[in-house]
Write a protein that binds this ligand. Structure first.
Ligand code: PLP
Length: 361
């Protein structure tokens, strides 16, 4: 079978080694004579998987003992409403930093539950930038400040982890978790849907500081209570076992490659190949994000004319480069190059871009 490079934004490419391991174990996990798809979440073999995954998350993010690691359901989008239902009340204000489509969705969910404040927004510039810490103006009585560290659709990324002292920081890290070292201990809550940088869709990783669990109102629906999920070690009800199993394999793969420092270097080299192809195209390609805000995970760009979009997509597919169509709010192309995208994929795309510009420029 010929290798195809998968640039889709999510569900996204997974490490080849992990796919092969999952395939090998699919019919007979740990010599149990059972598939991992069939194991009860109450079996000790599954508990071993989820505990190993939790420990790997703590190790990779260098979290101290004040944190719990949870695997929940409903995607990152359920976190948009779960955070305000748990932490926004009649005496406080939910603060949002609006840097893209998902950030805006999170903000809109919070508005359903209480008072909100836009602490910063880059909407006026069509989401090409990321605010500096000084540009984020937090309100009085802030319940928390919510940020989106990587804007999957616009292709911008925070290069720093904000710090608001005693005010809890909540981060949607769905599209850049584990792509580089971060100041994880600045956060009160981190969440990420699995299907970009972690594994197959189904599980949502949540890292929550223990003091936050004490703030949860007891009259919420059970499935929306962080404290109940933590008390039950993410096994309050049947978890998405296969997604968690693959996440565990991906985390092992990450640690074997040298962890987040090694991954950051790898991701910088990969992204540079494509950004260089944009910058050296004599204006044929135009990057959407401002340079200092450029994402290492989602590279967004437009072509000299939108009439070239169709031929670009058709020819790139012939070159075994798939999933490059940009989101309609930006147009043009988006190359999603998460952790699992090999450097050869980025090189192949950069080579194709140069050749396409030469022929059509
Ligand atoms: C994909 C994405 C989401 C939505 O995730 P779901 O799991 O589909 O709910 C939210 N935030 C960011 C930053 C994303 O990239």
């Amino acid at each position: 079978m010929e290798k195809v490079f998968n640039f889709y934004a999510g569900p996204a490419t997974l490490p080849q080694a992990v796919l092969e391991e999952a395939q090998q174990e699919l019919l007979n996990f740990n010599n149990l004579g059972l598939s991992v798809l069939e194991i009860s979440h109450r079996a000790k073999e599954f508990e071993a998987i989820i505990h190993e995954a939790e420990a790997s998350v703590k190790e990779l993010l260098q979290l101290n003992d004040d944190y719990r690691v949870l695997f929940l359901q409903g995607g990152a989008s359920t976190q948009f409403s779960m955070i305000p239902t748990n932490f926004l009340n009649s005496g406080n204000v939910a603060n949002y930093v609006i840097t893209g489509v998902f950030a805006e969705k999170a903000y809109k969910e919070a508005k359903l539950f209480g008072e909100t404040h836009v602490a910063a927004s880059t909407k006026e510039g069509n989401f090409t930038s990321i605010p500096s810490q000084d540009e984020i103006k937090v309100s009085e009585n802030a319940a928390y400040v919510h940020i989106t560290t990587n804007n999957t659709i616009y292709g911008t990324q925070f290069k720093y982890t904000p710090d608001f002292g005693a005010i809890p920081l909540a981060g949607d890290l769905s599209s850049d978790i584990f792509s580089k070292p971060i100041e994880a201990n600045n956060y009160a809550l981190i969440y990420a849907g699995a299907q970009k940088n972690l594994g197959p869709a189904g599980a949502t990783l949540v890292v929550i500081r223990k003091d936050m669990l004490e703030k949860v109102p007891k009259n919420l629906p059970s499935m929306l209570r962080y404290d109940l999920m933590a008390e039950n070690d993410s096994l309050y009800n049947t978890p998405p076992g296969f997604s968690i199993y693959v996440i565990n394999l991906v985390l092992r793969w990450l640690k074997n490659l040298g962890g987040l420092t090694a991954m950051a270097k790898h991701n910088e080299e990969k992204a540079a190949l494509i950004y260089d192809a944009i910058d050296n195209s004599g204006g044929f390609y135009k990057g959407h994000a401002q340079r200092e805000a450029r994402s290492l995970m989602n590279v967004t760009f437009t072509l000299a004319s939108s009439e070239l979009d169709k031929p670009f997509l058709a020819e790139s597919e012939q070159h075994k480069l798939v999933g490059l169509k940009g989101h309609r709010s930006v147009g043009g192309m988006r190359a999603s190059i998460y952790n699992a995208m090999p450097k050869e994929g980025c090189q192949a795309l950069a080579d194709f871009m140069k050749e396409f510009a030469r022929k059509n420029g």
